[in-house]
Design a protein around this ligand. Structure first.
Ligand code: FMN
Length: 169
């Protein structure tokens, strides 16, 4: 049994729900797991870390970037995984493969890889239910309702299962 920190950074809470789902699946698989906001989290005392952030305009949230750089040395000594939560709207409109920085900020992934991240994945996101400001409101207005929440809970739990397997191994 491992003690796992699932640290996350969110603006409109949908990434927090992904983190809770990952932590819940890890617990169902017999591990101890805490989902904690990245600004309040430390890797100290844990055996493994999952770090996730919402992506806005090609950037991770500041709290997740800070966590990654502050905890880099600890992370380098333990298994850790990364997820980004982002794409919304019609899948056919997702950014082209050559523009992957929209989905996963390159600098963040380089830092995670330098610290030995086991895997980094991108999960579909959810547009805000209560959008702030003109840009968010326009995005919500211009996105068909069925594509406003692209989170795939089976995919998310399946990923957490793979982490649970590796921790058990
Ligand atoms: C103004 C705005 C900018 C966004 N920029 C990106 C982006 O660059 N890449 C991406 O994949 N998703 C982008 N998204 C989608 C968000 O990442 C998605 O809604 C995410 O699930 C929000 O997470 P949160 O609810 O935890 O804040 C953007 C959404 C908004 C409203």
């Amino acid at each position: 049994m491992a003690r796992v920190l699932v640290a996350y950074a969110t603006k409109h809470h949908s990434t927090a729900e992904i983190a809770e789902a990952v932590a819940g699946e890890l617990r169902a698989r017999g591990h101890e797991a805490d989902a904690v906001e990245a600004s309040a989290a430390t890797a100290e005392g844990y055996d493994a870390v999952v770090l996730g952030s919402a992506t806005y305009a090609g950037r991770w949230r500041r709290e997740a970037r800070r966590f990654l750089s502050h905890e880099r040395d600890r992370l380098a000594r333990m298994p850790f995984w990364v997820f980004s939560s982002g794409p919304v709207g019609e899948p056919k409109d997702d950014a082209p493969a050559e523009d992957d920085t929209w989905l996963e900020p390159r600098k963040v992934i380089e830092q995670a890889e330098a610290a030995g991240v086991r895997e980094h994945v991108v999960f579909g996101g959810r547009l805000p239910e209560e959008p702030d400001g003109f840009i968010e409101k326009a995005m919500v207005r211009n996105t068909p309702e069925q594509f406003q929440d692209r989170r795939d809970w089976d995919e998310i739990r399946g990923w957490a299962d793979r982490i649970a397997d590796q921790l058990a191994g």
